[in-house]
Each structure stands twice: as structure tokens, then as C-alpha cells.
Design a protein around this ligand. Structure first.
Ligand SMILES: Nc1ncnc2c1ncn2[C@@H]1O[C@H](COP(=O)(O)OP(=O)(O)OP(=O)(O)O)[C@@H](O)[C@H]1O
Ligand SMILES: [Mg+2]
Length: 1003
């Protein structure tokens, strides 16, 4: 802060004054005011002096400079206070309130507008539509409320004539999601009459000056305010003297636009202006006493009946009823009979005025409620959205002293007494009491406690309001004068009450009319005239019923109590004073439940001019606002206090002795160690249960070092949490694997058990488990099962083979070899037959020539030296000249011979076995005459075709099985096709056009 403001601007915080005297205080205030520094702190309380001129202190740039900063970081400003309240609300979830106080014209309303602008500017970065809407309504509501609730007074050209407390609701993200306005005691007597130099509420002049001719014509209005009794007094006055921009004309447009933005329907806006016009016309109605009887009841008449027509038209009520309500009242007699009683001219005027006031008040309340209905937070569910937090802004009428002060000033000043009480309670008294309780060495500061004045006003039975209520409820004609006498009797010895009767020498008070209260802010003389009447706030039921029965829904909605029948209206309504007192008690309780921030506004001069600071005037305000005491308490006191445990919880990470948990004897000792490490022990005091920190700077130092450590702690937490998550996952995986392992084991065991069960019978001959089905193994057992299967097959083969006699083994081996070559290729390869091989030597197969063949065989064995005859048979051969011849075939383990059976089996050709490269078979093989799988007709060259197979290459003999056997006859390629024929007795060949067909005797 010092960086931005040099010492030439004085002290930015009155706490920094060298001496706390009124002179020093005023000097600093004056110095700063002259240099354009209108804001100064007292700790966290902001003192603001109205500059009465536009200063370059506001706007988006200024807002950006204060956003997110600490209070002391920048020069004192409203934005800093708004920011502090917002931060407390957002970061600590505390409901906060900003109480703006000061006398009329001190700048409270302007301050509240700047606060709202700040809050609107720093919220809703994500531009949510609903939040934008709420902000729009919040900002625009001020304009509408000022039109209907503000008026020009001698003290302030835009004086709020009602109290306003606005709650702004925020969601957990800190965005405004709604709001609510409470309004307090509108000064409705202003509708009827204003002091010299003052005006009625702005809305009337805005309507007359700002409306188009057409609209005025429809409302039967004249543009000149002087035409109407209610606006005549202020007709020559403008809205403000400072800014030509704020003319009634422009304001009218702005208000209509604001109403549109807020959500008033065009019909509602029309109704509002019709009601205003009706009030103006009502004000012009005069009554005259007439001699003759007749329709004019009791001899009273309205001077200008056209006005009644207009009122009836504008309020959408029957003309006759309007007239009747103006001239008479309905009363319920003892027997609950209704009697119409005519007014006197004075009574009628009174009733007319009461009606005008009440209509305006209801209109104002309706406007407030309408805005509230639009701002109400919508669809909030605390379980889903979290708890809402609230910032309240209180802009309530300041302390007022007029030449003649009436009931309204009495209420307003009582309100200020209550707020001063709250200030004392929160800032002065509570603080000092806490120091004492905590055993902090403390020099008590004297201050004036205004509880005694509050008590004078609101005490039950004897307080001024109670006496007034009693006067109002008494039957008979209790006058204001009698009320004053009762007050005098009750408060004769009260230090803060006096009257002319009690102090006859004081000529400033009028006898029998005035009483004086010594308020905390100064003496105010009140005139009791009208007190009873204003307190009773009476309006005949006839008017309520009349307006309730209006066909205008907006007007009708303002008068729900009009539906009561006169006979039902028995209970006396609460008086205006009691209602006001109750609302003040509720307000103070509400404020006390929140964390308060104070803005104390000072009005620099009575002339509303810029650059002038009237010392006496200001000194008076400084005195009664208790600012000097505030400085003293603040200087002697401490900026912050926290229970040790809470302090540790927040800052323990900044010190090695306290992080993560301390081992010292008590929290107090731990806090002391922490502060010593930071070197801050000189700026604190240790209470019994709390730590008191003198300057905010200490707090900020701690906050900064905390902020530096938070990311590291977050990382630590993240690390630990991630580790935990990983460990959980690992444990789960392990469990999964254990389950899987046990399951697999179970599957393997179950499978083995099943195998065992199924194969129990496998040892039984003769099948040895041939038909057993192997169960499907788990994947892991597949190789095992394959091996088992192989072993089983071998075992089974062994069981089968071991019973075969050795003499059959050669046969078996041959069959195995044939199977290896032919199985699957030929349907039948003679597996089931015994193979004799040497069929030509067998007398059974070759009865005529077996002897001859045996001789030839002996000759050949001697010559070629072969070991065994593998095969012999007669065959048919077809040569290249298509001649078909009988031949014999002999296969030994060394040669393949072609023999001529007709010439004692003479050898026609011998081919060594190594030279045979392949053998061809037809598909339909069957042995004719037991030729054991070889075709009965074997052409010379094929299917046992001799080729030049290369010996010794270890190449397997190629075996082809087909019904179309290719062969080569001396270089000519031919095909032999096989044709099965049932009638064919023996296999034979047929030759036609170069092709051979083997005719096969099929069965
Ligand atoms: N910060 C400011 N900058 C410029 N002008 C200001 C400032 N504050 C107040 N004013 C001027 O002072 C006038 C009165 O201020 P404001 O209406 O806020 O007073 P108030 O305290 O609300 O009075 P009342 O109690 O009568 O409502 C404003 O109309 C405006 O002209
Ligand atoms: Mg105001």
C-alpha cells in the first residue's frame, strides 16, 4: 500500500496515526480528501468521504487491481472491502454482510452500487446465462427502486426514503445465483407533502416529464407537476443539480428499460404508471360541504367529479364505489349490522390522503416483491448444490435532523441507534470483552454505549414505542398532546429524554408539542404532531375492498387484505412503530449472524459541493460514528484471533516442528514454536485459548508461506493416494491370479479324474478301449493329452500285435506298408484278405501251369539270385499295335519280370526294382481271382509302369491312384481310363481311336 501511496497522502489507515486525537484524525482526513483520497481504513473498517464529484477511482481497470488482493495491498477502496467480504464468503464459506452507514447524503447508496458492480464484475467467469441474468437484475433493481423509493430532500438530491438490505446468494463456486431485497419503512407521508425545497418520489416527476404526450393523454395527465397537489411543491426542482444526465426524462426511459430487463411485463408496467396517475388525480380531489341532502351523503360532495371518473378508470374500479369510499365509510354496528356513515370534509380529506399514501406504499412493496420473485434462487437443492452463502449489503437511511422532525425521523434515528448498537457490540464491546476473557493485557477504551437510548425507544411497557402503541389502542380521543404528557411522566428522569415541560427554560422546544432525544449522533427535537396517526396507519376497509375488487390484476394483487369482510376485521393490526421495531430487531439479528464489514460514510459539507470539507460538520460525524474509539480499540487490539487448534490446522505445514503433527506439550507451545521460526512472535499475544495477531501483515506472511507449500502438500497427498490406489489394484490382481491358479488346478484334476474314470475299461480285450472318447482337455493339458493319446495308441497296438503269431508278421508288415501307401486313396486295398503273393506257383490259382512256373522260377533264382518272390500273376497286356496279349508278371525282391505264359514263362523283359519310379492304380480296386490288390489286367507298360527311376537317391516309390492313368508308349503319351462293367467276366482292354479303356468287372 505504501508503494502506491506516498506519505504526502497522509496515513491510509487511521490506526497508523502517531497520536489518536480528534485533531490528528481530522488533519489526516482533510489531507487525504484534498488529495482526492476519499477512502481511509480503520483496520478493516472503511471510512469514506463523499467527494460530490466524479473521481477516476472506479471501473473495470480499478476492479482488476483489487481483485484477489489482500485488504492492505492496495490503497483503501470500497472494492477492497467488497473483495474481502467476497473472499471470506467464498474461501471460508462464511455469510458476510457489508453495513454502510452515515447520514443522509454521505454516499451510502453510491457505495452500495459500487460494491454491487465489483461483485458483478468478478463473478461468473464462465458466463453462465442464469448467473448473468441474476447479475443484470441485481444491477438494474437499484435503478427501479431509486425511482420509487428515492426523492430529493434538502440534504440529498437523491435521498433514499426507505431502508434497503439486499442479500446476494452465491453458489459454491462463488457465482451469484439469486438475491432478496428487504425494504424498511418507506417514508410514505412524502406522497402527500414535502418540505420547501424538497420533492415527492422521483417516479411522479419521471412519469410527468418523461412520458410521451400520447401516454399522458391516456392517463389524463398534464405534463406540468405544478398542476397536482402532490407534486406542486417540488415542481420547480430538478432531480439533481450535479449531472444534467440525470434528468427526469432520461431516468424515466432508464427505469422502463430496467423494468423490462428485470422481467416486468408491459401490462404490469402500464398498471404501475396508471396507479401513479391515479394517486396524482386522487390528490387533487377536494371536498365541499353542501346544504341539500340527496345522493351527496350527509351534505358532502366532491368538488370536481371528473377526477373521480379518472381515478375509477385508472384503478379499474366502479366509479360509484370510488365515490362512496371517498365520502363515507362502512361500519359494523353492535349487532354486526353494516351501517354507512358519511364523512365530514376533514374526515374525507384524511381518508383520501390515507388512501393515496397506502396505494403508493403497496405499489412500492409490490415492486420490491416483483423483483424478489425474479431474483429468487431457483432449483436449489442443498444436497446436490451444496450450501449457498450470502453477502448482505445494508444501505439504510442515515441519521436525520430536519427543522421539524416527525414520526419518520424518529423511526430512522432509532434504526441508526440500533445499527450503532450492533457496531458497538461487534467492534467495540465484544472485542474488549474477549481480550479480558482471554487474559490479554489490555488498556480499556472508553466509548459511549447507546444501549440506554435504544432502551428508551423500545423498552416494553415504558419505551416510547410502547407508550405510543398504548395511545393508539386506547378508546376515545387520545391526542398527540396526551401522548407527550405520558412520555414526560415516564421519562422525566431519563438522561437522554427531555421536553419543554421538563425543561421550561429551553425555548428551542415548543410547549405541548416537542420532545427531544439526545441521540448518540446528536440531539433531535421531534414534534409529536401526527405521531399517533402515523403509528396507527389507518385505512378504511372500504378502500381496501374497493381496490381488491379492481379488474386490474396488478392492482388487485397489492390488496389481498381487501377480500376480508368488514365484519371479519376485528383484530387490530400491528402499528407502524411496532412493525418497524420488529423488522429492526430481525435485521440486527440477521446482521449479527454474519461476518460484518463496515463502510462508514461521511458527508463533507451541507452544500453538496465538491472539494469542501466543513471541519465542524465532519468532526461531529466522526464523533458520533465513534470512529476515534474505533481507532483506539483497533490500535490497542488485534487484527485477528484464532483458537490455537484452528491456527495450527491452517499453518502447521510452514514449520518443521508442527508438520505433520507436533510433539510439544500443547497447541499453544506449538503455535509459539511456529511463530518463532517465522520471527513473528513480536506481533502476537497469547490468550488462554486463542492467539491474537496484531497486524494483518503477519497473517499475510503466514498465508503466503502456506500458499507456497500447498502445491507440495498436494503432490504428497496425490502420491500417497496414487500409491494406495495402485496397492489396491495389485491386491485385487493377486487375488484374481490366485483364484485363476486354483481354478486351473481344479480343472486339471477334474480332467485327470475323468480320464481315469473313462479309461478304466481300456484294458478289456478285444477292443482295448477302441471306442473310448477322449474328453476335451483344458488348453494347458492339450500337449499332455496328445502325448497320452499317442502312448495309448501304441499301447493298444502292442496289445493287439502281441497276440499275432510270428508267422503272420511278414504279412502284417506288408499290409502296414500297403496301408501307409494306399489308405484313403483306394476304397479297398485288400486289408482283410490273406495275401498269397506267388499266385502262379499255387496249384489252386494256377492249376494248369504251376509246375512250369516253378521250374522257370528256379532257373531265374539261380541266374539272378533273388531272395523272395513278392508277387506273381497272369496279366493282360495291350501293346502299341493295340494287340492284346496274355502275359505273366513276376516281382522279386530284385526284379520285375514280364513272362510269356504261352512259352513256359519265358522271360520277355526284366527290370531291376531300383528302376521303378512309380506305380499307378485305378480307383476301383478289387482282386480278380485273388490277385491281392493289383489289377487283374496290367498292361505291359502301366499301371506298374517301368520308368528310369534313379537308384540310390532314397526317393520313395511314387504311387498314383486315379481312374485316368497316363502312360507313355515308346514316346507316345496315352491315357488309360477305367470303366466299371457289371457284365464283364474278366478285366480286359478295349482300344478305340488311340485311347485305351480298361473294362473292369464291377459288382
Ligand atoms: N463516490 C462518489 N463519487 C461521486 N459522487 C458521489 C459519491 N458518493 C456520493 N456521491 C454524490 O452524493 C450524492 C448522495 O449520495 P447517496 O445518495 O449515496 O447518499 P446516501 O448516503 O445514500 O443518502 P440518503 O441516506 O439520503 O439516501 C450522490 O447523488 C452523488 O451525487
Ligand atoms: Mg441513499
Amino acid at each position: 500500500m505504501e508503494d502506491e501511496e506516498g506519505s504526502e497522502y497522509g496515513k491510509p489507515d487511521f490506526v497508523l496515526l502517531d497520536q489518536v486525537t480528534m485533531e490528528d484524525f481530522m488533519r489526516n482526513l482533510q489531507l487525504r480528501f484534498e488529495k482526492g483520497r476519499i477512502y481511509t481504513y480503520i483496520g478493516e473498517v472503511l471510512v469514506s468521504v463523499n467527494p460530490y464529484q466524479e473521481l477516476p477511482l472506479y471501473g473495470p481497470e480499478a476492479i482488476a487491481r483489487y481483485q484477489g488482493r489482500e485488504l492492505y495491498e492496495r490503497p483503501p477502496h470500497l472494492y477492497a472491502v467488497a473483495n474481502a467480504a467476497y473472499k471470506a464468503m467464498k474461501h471460508r464459506s462464511r455469510d458476510t454482510c457489508i453495513v454502510i452507514s452515515g447520514e443522509s447524503g454521505a454516499g451510502k447508496t453510491e457505495a452500495s452500487k459500487h460494491i454491487m458492480q465489483y461483485i458483478a464484475a468478478v463473478t461468473n467467469p464462465s458466463q453462465r446465462a442464469e448467473v448473468e441474468r441474476v447479475k443484470d437484475v441485481l444491477l438494474k433493481s437499484t435503478c427501479v427502486l431509486e425511482a420509487f423509493g428515492n426523492a430529493r430532500t434538502n440534504r440529498n438530491h437523491n435521498s433514499s426514503r426507505f431502508g434497503k438490505y439486499m442479500d446476494i446468494n452465491f453458489d459454491f463456486k462463488g457465482d451469484p445465483i439469486g438475491g432478496h431485497i428487504h425494504s424498511y419503512l418507506l417514508e410514505k407521508s412524502r406522497v402527500l407533502k414535502q418540505h420547501v425545497g424538497e420533492r415527492n418520489f422521483h417516479a411522479f416527476y419521471q412519469l410527468l416529464r418523461g412520458s410521451e404526450d400520447k401516454q399522458l393523454h391516456e392517463l389524463h395527465l398534464d405534463r406540468n407537476p405544478a398542476v397536482y397537489n402532490f407534486t406542486r411543491q417540488g415542481a420547480g426542482l430538478n432531480m439533481t443539480v450535479h449531472s444534467a444526465l440525470d434528468s427526469d426524462e432520461r431516468s424515466h426511459q432508464a427505469v422502463i428499460e430496467a423494468m423490462r430487463v428485470i422481467g416486468f411485463s408491459p401490462e404490469e408496467v402500464e398498471s404501475v404508471y396508471r396507479i401513479l396517475a391515479a394517486i396524482l388525480h386522487l390528490g387533487n380531489i377536494e371536498f365541499v360541504e353542501t346544504e341539500e341532502d340527496g345522493p351527496q351523503k350527509e351534505g358532502l360532495a366532491v368538488a370536481e367529479e371528473a377526477l373521480v371518473d379518472r381515478v375509477a378508470e385508472l384503478t379499474a374500479t366502479p366509479r360509484d364505489l370510488v365515490l362512496r369510499s371517498l365520502l363515507a365509510r362502512t361500519v359494523a354496528s353492535g349487532g354486526r349490522e353494516l351501517i354507512e356513515k358519511g364523512h365530514t370534509a376533514a374526515e374525507a380529506s384524511y381518508a383520501r390522503d390515507a388512501c393515496a399514501k397506502a396505494v403508493y406504499q403497496r405499489l412500492f412493496e409490490w415492486v420490491v416483491n416483483r423483483i424478489n420473485s425474479v431474483m429468487e434462487p431457483r432449483d436449489r437443492d442443498p444436497r446436490r448444490d451444496g450450501k449457498d452463502t450470502v453477502i448482505g449489503v445494508l444501505d439504510i437511511y442515515g441519521f436525520e435532523v430536519f427543522p421539524v422532525n416527525s414520526f419518520e425521523q424518529f423511526c430512522i434515528n432509532y434504526c441508526n441507534e440500533k445499527l450503532q448498537q450492533l457496531f458497538i457490540r461487534l467492534i467495540l464491546k465484544q472485542e474488549q470483552e474477549e481480550y479480558e476473557r482471554e487474559g490479554i493485557t489490555w488498556q480499556s477504551v472508553e466509548y459511549f454505549n447507546n444501549a440506554i437510548i435504544v432502551d428508551l425507544v423500545e423498552r416494553p411497557h415504558r419505551g416510547i414505542l410502547a407508550v405510543l402503541d398504548e395511545a393508539c389502542s386506547s378508546a376515545g380521543t387520545i391526542t398527540d398532546r396526551i401522548f407527550l404528557q405520558t412520555l414526560d411522566t415516564h421519562h422525566r428522569h431519563h438522561l437522554h429524554y427531555t421536553s419543554r415541560q421538563l425543561c421550561p427554560t429551553d425555548k428551542t422546544m415548543e410547549f405541548g408539542r416537542d420532545f427531544r432525544i439526545k441521540h448518540y449522533a446528536g440531539d433531535v427535537t421531534y414534534s409529536v404532531e401526527g405521531f399517533i396517526d402515523k403509528n396507527r396507519d389507518f385505512l378504511f376497509q372500504d378502500f381496501k375492498r374497493l381496490l381488491y375488487n379492481s379488474t386490474d390484476p396488478t392492482l388487485r394483487a397489492m390488496w389481498p387484505d381487501g377480500q376480508q369482510d368488514i365484519t371479519e376485521v376485528t383484530k387490530r393490526p400491528l402499528t407502524a412503530g411496532t412493525l418497524f421495531k420488529n423488522s429492526m430487531v430481525a435485521l440486527v439479528e440477521n446482521l449479527a449472524s454474519k461476518e460484518p464489514f463496515y463502510v462508514r460514510c461521511i458527508k463533507p459539507n451541507e452544500d453538496k459541493v465538491a472539494g469542501k470539507l466543513d471541519e465542524n460538520h465532519c468532526r461531529h460525524q466522526v464523533a458520533y460514528l465513534g470512529l476515534l474509539e474505533n481507532v483506539r480499540v483497533r490500535r490497542a487490539g488485534f487484527a485477528s484471533r484464532q483458537p490455537y487448534s484452528r491456527f495450527l490446522l491452517r499453518y502447521k505445514m510452514t514449520c518443521e516442528y508442527t508438520w505433520p503433527n507436533h510433539l510439544l506439550g500443547s497447541d499453544k507451545a506449538a503455535v509459539s514454536a511456529l511463530l518463532e521460526q517465522h520471527g513473528l512472535q513480536g506481533d502476537v499475544a497469547f490468550g488462554h485459548s486463542k492467539l491474537f495477531i496484531r497486524s494483518p501483515r503477519t497473517l499475510v506472511t503466514l498465508e503466503q508461506s502456506r500458499a507456497r507449500l500447498i502445491p507440495i502438500i498436494v503432490l504428497l497427498l496425490q502420491k500417497a493416494w496414487r500409491g494406495t490406489l495402485a496397492r489396491w489394484r495389485c491386491r485385487r490382481l493377486r487375488a484374481v491370479y490366485t483364484i485363476m491358479r486354483w481354478f486351473r488346478r481344479h480343472k486339471v484334476r477334474a480332467h485327470l479324474a475323468e480320464l481315469q474314470r473313462r479309461f478304466q475299461a481300456a484294458r478289456q480285450p478285444p477292443l482295448y478301449g477302441r471306442d473310448l472318447v477322449w474328453p476335451l482337455p483344458p488348453a494347458v493339458l492339450q500337449p499332455f493329452q496328445d502325448t497320452c493319446h499317442t502312448l495309448f495308441c501304441r499301447w493298444r497296438a502292442r496289445q493287439l500285435v502281441k497276440n499275432i503269431p510270428p508267422s503272420d508278421m511278414a504279412q502284417i508288415k506288408a499290409k502296414v506298408a500297403a496301408m501307409a501307401t494306399l489308405q484313403g486313396l483306394r476304397q479297398d486295398w485288400g486289408c482283410r484278405r490273406a495275401w498269397a503273393r506267388d499266385y502262379l506257383s499255387s496249384a489252386a490259382d494256377n492249376p494248369t501251369a504251376s509246375g512250369l512256373f516253378a521250374q522257370r522260377l528256379k532257373t531265374l533264382r539261380d541266374k539272378d539270385g533273388f531272395g523272395a518272390v513278392l508277387f506273381s500273376s497272369h496279366v493282360r497286356k495291350v501293346n502299341r499295335f493295340r494287340k492284346i496279349r496274355n502275359r505273366a508278371l513276376l516281382l522279386t525282391d530284385r526284379h520285375l519280370y514280364k513272362l510269356d505264359p504261352d512259352r513256359q514263362y519265358r522271360v520277355m523283359r526284366a527290370v531291376p526294382l531300383e528302376a521303378v519310379s512309380n506305380v499307378g492304380f485305378g480307383q476301383c480296386a478289387a482282386s480278380a481271382r485273388g490277385t491281392a490288390g493289383l489289377p487283374g489286367a496290367l498292361p505291359q507298360s502301366s499301371p506298374l509302369r517301368t520308368g528310369r527311376g534313379r537308384r540310390g537317391e532314397g526317393r520313395a516309390l511314387e504311387v498314383r491312384v486315379s481312374d485316368c492313368i497316363p502312360l507313355s508308349q515308346r514316346g507316345t503319351r496315352r491315357l488309360v481310363s477305367v470303366e466299371p462293367r457289371p457284365e464283364q467276366p474278366e478285366p480286359d482292354f478295349r482300344c478305340a481311336r488311340g485311347t485305351f479303356t480298361l473294362l473292369w468287372p464291377s459288382r
